[in-house]
Ligand binder design. Structure first.
Ligand code: GLY
Length: 280
């Protein structure tokens, strides 16, 4: 069993040492809690659980603590992919739900699996998700000051369960100050992709991640036989001509855990029951 999570980027210039320590502590707590959950649950159930913990932590830009868009509203996106069934489900620009990832999970069982905007929000209400404001005072203050200290944030998880099954989930509050209608990478195959060979979740600038088709490319390369570190190296090299801003986490079917970022520093933690690897 293996698990890796990410929590966006840590910007040395815009946050203080205490924020870094707080994020390290949260990442360690969440990766260990999610690993414990994985002991008695599937990879698919666990990636949803891990993302909900990350969404509930206001330190991260997903669920509670999400960024505010240019019109002053919060819209969030989240998706799940099951490496066994190859089904992906997600919500794009959903409003006023506590855990977008739980709405994405509901959609995994229906035909129309990716919903956007008002349709996603309406579906959530019909499924019993109550209206919930994910706004925190710090984000409102940043919005009012027209500064954004947490721009490159998204959360995600890849898990490999004891049956060797892989799943991936990703959730985001977006870039902050984006135009209404802008679509994040997090509920696309560029930001969240998985099959029986590999699962990848991305964070960073959605436009760059989509331009680089990052998660889908890495998974395809591993599926075609490339070692995971080579698949990452080639995909990240392809981001260089346009200075693509991206971080990605992955696990392959051999149990290799891998992560890479194009710019310092992605916030991540991985755990296999013995070894904890955490960003510094
Ligand atoms: N990666 C999150 C976003 O760009 O919206």
């Amino acid at each position: 069993m293996k698990i890796i999570i990410h929590g966006g980027f840590f910007s040395e210039s815009s946050t203080c040492d205490q924020t870094k320590i707080d994020k390290q502590q949260s990442m360690e707590r969440i990766v260990k809690e999610a690993y414990q959950y994985l002991e008695t649950h599937t990879a698919l159930e666990t990636v949803v659980f891990a993302n909900s913990l990350l969404e509930n932590d206001p330190l991260f830009n997903a669920g509670i603590g999400s960024q505010i868009q240019s019109d002053g509203e919060i819209r969030m996106s989240a998706s799940i992919m099951d490496g066994v069934s190859k089904k992906m489900s997600g919500v794009i620009n959903i409003e006023k739900v506590k855990n977008p990832i739980l709405v994405a999970e509901k959609l995994l069982t229906v035909d129309d699996r990716i919903l956007s905007g008002n349709g996603a929000t309406q579906y959530a209400r019909e499924q019993g998700f109550p209206e919930f404001s994910t706004e925190i005072p710090q984000r409102r203050a940043e919005y009012e000051e027209k500064k954004n200290a947490n721009r490159q944030g998204t959360v995600g998880c890849v898990a490999l369960d004891k049956e060797g099954k892989i799943a991936v989930a990703t959730s985001t509050g977006g870039k902050g100050f984006e135009l209404v209608g802008r679509v994040s990478d997090s509920a696309t195959v560029a930001g969240n992709y998985c099959n029986e060979f590999c699962g990848v979740s991305c964070t960073g600038v959605g436009e760059d991640i989509v331009s680089g088709a990052v998660a889908a490319k890495i998974v395809t390369r591993v599926t075609d036989g490339q070692p995971i570190q080579e698949a990452f190296a080639k995909t990240f090299k392809e981001l260089l001509p346009f200075d693509g801003f991206c971080g990605a986490i992955a696990i392959d079917s051999f149990g290799n855990i891998f992560h890479q970022d194009s710019h310092p520093k992605m916030v991540f933690a991985s755990y296999d029951g013995i070894n904890l690897d955490i960003f510094n």
